[in-house]
Ligand binder design. Structure first.
Ligand code: PEP
Length: 246
């Protein structure tokens, strides 16, 4: 059986005081039956590493450069994230694909750079509302995933995939458990075809997951956890989702 995994995506939120309060709320609620991580803005990695050191709550970043090092002003490498003790790096979040024009190939290159440093990429895939309405949701997700599968080669099994329908992110509209399960099982089939052992791989659902809907989503056979945005900013909500996963 796959152990569930709940990761918070803080996006561009936080402050020294808000972070301290949020992390102490999460730490106070341990132990969790699932794996737990928070993916935080770069400038807060140092303080988050200090706060979480010695606990079983992991931390990570929300993006990283596809390049190893060099003249790439403003970028942050996977090696730097490793020095801050990151375990996870989100790549290909729809906000990066949309606002920063990240292509499938760039996302795949980022995932490869993350793995090359021994960190785990959480690779986000998902269709827009228009694509779902046009009946191309599966083809879109398949294409996004294919690029990563191709780039990672024999290391495919080491990534975590997050299915995040764009129309459900930050909107309050959640995919139904059946809609999410349907896509998750297609994703697992694609991963299985590529690796032959996708049974052990984690596929998270993301998109307005909250304490109220987490239980029914997480009960689905192929939903192995959640990537949580808004609800990861309140300790009580995040902890309630972690409990639902346990
Ligand atoms: C996300 O940003 O990855 C996300 C799932 O956001 P929200 O939970 O707010 O929809």
């Amino acid at each position: 059986m796959r152990k569930k995994f709940v990761a918070g995506n803080w996006k561009m939120h936080g402050s020294h005081s808000a972070n301290a309060e949020l992390l102490s709320g999460i730490l106070a609620a341990r132990p969790f039956a699932c794996d737990v991580a928070v993916c935080v803005p770069f400038p807060y990695l140092g303080e988050v590493a200090v706060a979480l050191a010695g606990s079983d709550v992991r931390w990570g970043a929300q993006d990283c450069s596809a390049h190893e090092k060099g003249a790439y002003t403003g970028e942050v490498s996977a090696a730097m994230l490793s020095e801050f003790g990151c375990r996870y790096v989100i790549v290909g979040h729809s906000e990066r694909r949309h606002y920063h024009g990240e292509s499938d190939q760039l996302v795949a290159d980022k995932a490869k750079a993350v793995l090359a440093r021994g960190l785990t990429p959480i690779v986000c895939v998902g269709e827009t509302l228009g694509q779902r309405e046009q009946g191309t949701a599966h083809a879109t997700v398949k294409r996004q995933l294919s690029a990563v599968i191709h780039a990672l080669g024999h290391c495919v099994g080491e990534m975590v995939v997050a299915y995040e329908p764009v129309w459900a992110i930050g909107t309050g509209v959640t995919a139904t458990p059946e809609q999410a399960q349907e896509m998750h099982s297609l994703i697992r089939a694609q991963l299985h075809a590529a690796t032959g052992h996708a049974d052990a791989m984690k596929i998270l659902y993301g998109g307005s997951m909250k304490p109220e809907n987490a239980g029914s989503l997480l009960a689905q056979q192929d939903i192995d956890g959640g990537l949580i945005g808004g609800a990861a900013l309140k300790a009580a909500d995040f902890v309630a989702i972690c409990r639902a996963a346990g």
